[in-house]
Design a protein around this ligand. Structure first.
Ligand code: CP
Ligand code: NVA
Length: 312
């Protein structure tokens, strides 16, 4: 059974998961959302503790983990780099061992993917990647959940990401779409195309699910897409590249005229947030009727609760 295999597992990248396990988590996310909407109260994390480690800022991810865990009787503890040693005075391995002895699970948001891996290796408890430079897996689950809420299913749907094709969000979408059979196009300048090493890893996964994966600079490729997705032009930690990115990505703004080029009125707009309005997306689109960005933000909480319930 997919869910039995998930007990005790860390979520560092979707590359480590099988499609039926991701499917199980998507279905559980929807069940939990319905329970929450129905006002059901549960205490499924009673007696459990969660360390929330943040090297980078967060609104949604922190609040999703903290409220999802706390409202079910768990005790979340927020720890920024100003509060604890994280490879500072003591080694990361030592911090991981100590946290593992006191917490049921650890969420890490920060720079290096290797930090999340080390925490998982030495803590002995599930570690959830709440965003690194390389991946943002909990985001991708909420994204696919939102796609499915809009269209009833995700397999065979056409998702198009426009913007910085190298970033954590684009990379996680590339992996999850390849695993689930979702056609995935990235429209971006050639210099911001996804890492060829990751593309190579995903190619056989996509072949197995018949997902068509495609990279292009051509904005006409938005034609007939089910969803257009964008993210900030400059990710956290890359602030020195802001001017260069603005120049490169200006033609790639998702605005009403680009939405029209899909040739469809039911194409949805997705954004992981935070958004810089009038840069990667016009205010008209993100605040308009085709936007699902706010559902997507709410879905972070239900899908993160699903990940914790399945693994704890
Ligand atoms: N989408 C997302 O991860 O938002 P935060 O940076 O606010 O957590
Ligand atoms: N790519 C963005 C995502 C924020 C949720 C960043 O890393 O800053």
């Amino acid at each position: 059974m997919a869910h039995e295999d998930l007990k005790g597992r860390s979520l560092l990248t979707w590359l480590d998961f099988q499609a039926p396990q991701i499917r199980y988590l998507l279905d559980l996310s929807k069940t939990l959302k319905a329970q929450s909407r129905g006002g059901e109260l549960h205490q499924r994390f009673l007696g459990k503790t969660l360390a929330l480690l943040f090297e980078k800022r967060s609104t949604r991810t922190r609040c999703a983990f903290e409220t999802a865990f706390g409202e079910e009787g768990g005790h979340p503890v927020f720890l920024s780099t100003a509060d604890i040693q994280l490879g500072g005075k003591e080694s990361l391995e030592d911090t991981a061992r100590v946290l593992g002895s006191m917490f049921s699970a650890i969420q890490f948001r920060g720079f290096k993917q290797s930090t999340a891996e080390t925490l998982a290796k030495f803590s002995g408890v599930p570690v959830y990647n709440g965003l690194t430079d390389d991946y943002h897996p909990t985001q991708a689950l909420a994204d696919i959940m939102t796609l499915e809420e809009s269209f009833g299913s995700s397999k065979g749907r056409k998702l198009c990401y426009i913007g910085d094709g190298r970033n954590n969000v684009a990379r996680s979408l590339l992996v999850i779409c390849s695993k689930l059979g979702i056609h995935f196009t990235i429209i971006c300048p050639a210099s911001l195309a996804p890492d060829p090493a990751l593309v190579e890893i995903c190619a056989p996964l996509a072949a197995a699910t018949q997902a068509r994966i495609h990279f292009t600079e051509d904005l006409d490729q938005v034609k007939d897409m089910d969803a257009l997705y964008t993210d900030v032009w400059t990710s956290m930690g890359e602030e020195d590249k802001k001017e260069e990115r603005e120049k490169l990505l200006k033609p790639y703004q998702v605005n009403q005229s680009l939405m029209k080029r899909t040739g469809r009125s039911d194409t949805i707009f997705l954004h992981c947030l935070p958004a810089v309005k009038e840069e990667e997306v016009s205010t008209e689109v993100i605040d308009g009727p085709q936007s699902r960005a706010w559902d997507q933000a709410e879905n972070r909480k239900h899908s993160i609760k699903a990940i914790m319930l399945a693994t704890l």
